[in-house]
Design a protein around this ligand. Structure first.
Ligand SMILES: *Cc1c(COP(=O)(O)O)cnc(C)c1O
Length: 750
């Protein structure tokens, strides 16, 4: 049943709200919007791109979808007339079907493609439980199940007729699709597969990323990856046959499949398996089709994230896939002979080596293109991680710097700034984000308004933090924020030390005229990552100590917000002055949090890593604060005899901060976590040298940068200019730009 805008408005006007619960209203309004939104659905495109991703970190769909459908303001007003504040729907759980940046990128890409009218669809898993909900007890992270469907799931439609059988050697699982429409200029589809059947079968879509530090965990992970990849490939092949028959010569003209990291790489083997067994194509022909169909995005150079599957495990549960992988290895070996690769080179690029299958090497070999996610990251792929592949297949390699959707990350989360932009440069930027650059010529027109907006967004953030964390932050405070997954390479520990040094400087009189500031942290740690959990505890202990010290708490406060997620991020990025992006150079592939902050007018305090490099290139070094070792320096330090203990000894402030880990200032509840952090910095461990993320190397320049920002910010106007310059130059980091590049350089879709 089609529904036009007038009908939607009338139904909304007639909606009875009296006596209804938030859940009921949420479902009724969402279903109305779905009906209206799906009425705009387009004819299917001739050539489609498919984004296969183990994660889609969607967040809340309610506000975003109403905005995309152009009915958010109207709904807000109508509800207000009925005495309902639209913000009650902030109670709705986020759909957290992802861990962090990689999953959020997938969601931003779908949003941008729909917004640009490009036929890109997503395939993933409909986890029953998303990323755990984080509670903090006694300063420690506690993981609780994330029942994201507890308010219902009105934005998905179960498509029972699209169900498929997925075969493992020991069981057959039914994959049932749930479609989430993605609204924009086109209506695209995110199709998430739910596993049904026996109890063992259902387990496949029960949890996002079960711990894979056990054999059972590994097996389940492998099943998940094959499950959704096979469901997607099977469906695409069937659809092709229906439309074009069993001659597969044109398959790659109609379908292009983007592999979001290595998780869906088994889709390659599955396509070849289906074409050779069900449709009797020769292996070489099937391989040729796969080579034209797939493209691969690498997201990290961290060795632990480059997946390898034990050959015996694959053989046991996916024997046909095992056979295909071995044949691919043979075909690869003969190609390497033709190319005259040395033995060492061949083994470096091998799909199969040491009884393992390398998903990255498979993706690089078959992938039509291989891309990194920021200029520096792509350079590292070419010169380091995949250097040999780059030597033999230089044309495969491309850069596609990540982006974020300005619809969620500016228009939705910062209505005040968006309206100020409309008033300053007109509203053309809303349809064409590149127009944001016009603001460069109007910075001074916006100064007063910008300061007002920032103050208001801080007030809203502080109110939210008070409500959720019980921590009060006075209105005039400057906001420094580091929010992202907790990982040693992201160096939240370095920020913790820097705060302790500032705290000491304030108490002993070394630091004077400090502008009152709050450090906001938000981060989840992988449940089994002991050091990361110890860092969370450390930060919470620091917050308790500093916030309750009457000597300093009018000047310095620290808050660790629990359960950092997309909805919390929307509040934080809008209300922050300083974005902390301080990873060890060379290790953050791109980052996207950095882009969200920039677009909302925060200056970046960061290292020359990932997309930070491009941010300062565009917004100006003078409008941001770069410190610490760059990639070349890190390489030199690794080759030389880097000695963190000498740095520690030579600086009383460093010693003070680092020693709080072991001198009884704080307590880790006998977990040994703090001592392990201390040892990691000062003596190393069996698998790494002391301080292998170079925290102590960069700490001094980090504290200096933080203090410089503090001083600079006292000139309110000059500082606002820097912040506005960041907004004005952020269009490049819109995922609209990224998606246009993928569409023209890789997907060839219109
Ligand atoms: C953007 C985002 C991330 C990624 O942040 P980085 O700073 O790039 O690591 C992670 N989690 C959530 C909830 C996000 O919105």
């Amino acid at each position: 049943m089609r529904m036009d805008k007038t009908e939607f408005s009338n139904k909304l006007k007639n909606l009875k709200t009296d006596g209804k619960s938030t859940i009921e209203l949420y479902n009724e309004i969402s279903l109305l919007a779905m009906q209206y939104g799906l009425s705009q659905a387009d004819v299917p495109a001739q050539r489609n791109a498919y984004y296969l991703s183990m994660e889609f970190l969607i967040g809340r769909s309610f506000f975003n979808n109403l905005m995309e459908l152009g009915v958010l303001d109207e709904t807000r007003e109508l509800l207000k007339e009925k005495g309902v504040d639209i913000n009650v729907f902030e109670e709705i759980e986020d759909a957290a079907l992802g861990n962090g940046g990689l999953g959020r990128l997938a969601a931003c890409f779908l949003d941008s493609a729909a917004g640009l009218g490009l036929p890109l669809h997503g395939y993933g898993i409909r986890y029953k439980y998303g990323l755990f909900k984080q509670a903090i007890r006694n300063g420690f992270q506690v993981e609780l199940p994330d029942d994201w469907q507890s308010f219902g799931d009105p934005w998905s439609i179960r498509k029972a007729h699209g169900k498929r059988k997925i075969k493992f050697a020991d069981m057959t699982v039914t994959a049932v699709p749930y479609d989430m429409p993605v609204f924009g200029k086109r209506v695209n589809v995110l199709r998430l597969w739910q596993a049904e059947g026996s109890a063992a079968a259902q387990k496949i879509s029960e949890y996002l990323y079960p711990a894979d530090d056990t054999e059972d965990g590994k097996l389940l992970r492998l099943r998940q990856e094959y499950f959704f990849s096979a469901a997607a490939v099977g469906e695409l092949v069937e659809k092709y046959v229906k439309l074009h028959g069993k001659n597969f010569d044109d398959f790659a003209d109609h379908n292009v499949i983007q592999l979001n990291d290595t998780h869906p790489v088994l889709a390659i083997a599955e396509l070849i398996r289906v074409l050779t067994t069900k449709y009797k194509l020769g292996f070489d022909k099937a391989e040729g089709i796969a080579k034209k169909t797939f493209a691969y995005t690498n997201h990290t150079v961290m060795p632990e994230a480059l997946e390898c599957w034990g050959a015996s495990l694959v053989k046991k549960i996916l024997p046909d896939i095992y056979d295909v992988l071995i044949k691919l290895q043979e075909s690869q070996t003969s190609e390497f002979k033709r190319l005259c690769c040395s033995e060492a080179e061949a083994s470096e690029m091998a799909i199969y080596a040491n009884d393992k299958f390398s998903m990255a090497n498979l993706a690089v070999y078959v992938g039509n293109t291989v891309n990194g996610v920021a200029k520096l990251h792509t350079d590292i792929l070419k010169t380091d991680l995949f250097k040999t592949a780059y030597k033999y297949y230089p044309n495969k390699f491309q850069n596609k710097t990540n982006g974020i959707t300005q619809r969620r990350w500016l228009m939705l989360c910062n209505r005040e700034l968006s309206e100020l932009l409309d008033g300053t440069i007109g509203s053309a930027w809303r349809d064409d984000i590149s127009k944001l650059g016009v603001l460069n010529a109007h910075v001074s027109d916006m100064l007063g308004g910008f300061v007002k907006v920032k103050t208001e967004k801080k007030r809203q953030l502080f109110e939210y933090i008070k409500k959720h964390e019980g921590v009060y932050i006075p209105e005039n405070f400057m906001v420094y924020a580091q929010v992202k997954r907790l990982h040693e390479y992201k160096r939240q520990l370095m920020t913790a030390f820097a705060i302790l040094e500032i705290y000491k400087g304030l108490t002993d009189g070394k630091i004077k005229d400090f502008r009152p500031s709050v450090f906001v942290f938000g981060a989840k740690s992988a449940p089994s990552y002991k050091r990361a959990k110890a860092i969370i505890k450390f930060i919470n202990d620091i917050a308790d100590k500093i916030n309750s010290d009457p000597r300093t708490n009018a000047l310095l406060r620290v808050v660790f917000v629990k359960n950092y997620n997309v909805s919390y991020a929307e509040k934080i990025v809008a209300g922050t002055d300083v974005s902390l992006q301080v990873s060890t150079a060379g290790l953050e592939a791109s980052g996207t949090g950095n882009m969200k902050f920039m677009m909302n007018g925060a200056v970046t305090c960061g290292t020359m890593d990932g997309a930070n490099i491009e941010i300062v290139e565009l917004a100006g070094k003078e409008n941001n604060y770069i410190f610490g070792a760059d990639v070349d320096e890190i390489e030199r330090l690794k080759r030389g005899d880097y000695d963190p203990n000498a740095i520690l000894k030579a600086d009383a402030y460093h010693s003070y901060a680092v020693n709080t880990l072991i001198d009884g200032t704080f307590s880790d509840g006998d977990t040994g976590g703090f001592k392990e952090l201390y040892d990691a910095l000062t003596v190393g461990a069996s698998w790494h040298k002391p301080d292998h993320y170079f925290v102590l190397h960069d700490l001094k320049s980090y504290v200096e940068a933080l203090l410089k920002i503090n001083t600079d910010s006292k000139d309110e106007k000059a500082f606002a200019v820097k912040q506005i310059k960041n907004v004005a130059n952020s269009a490049h980091f819109s995922s609209d730009r990224t998606i246009k590049e993928y569409a023209s350089d890789i997907w060839k879709i219109k």
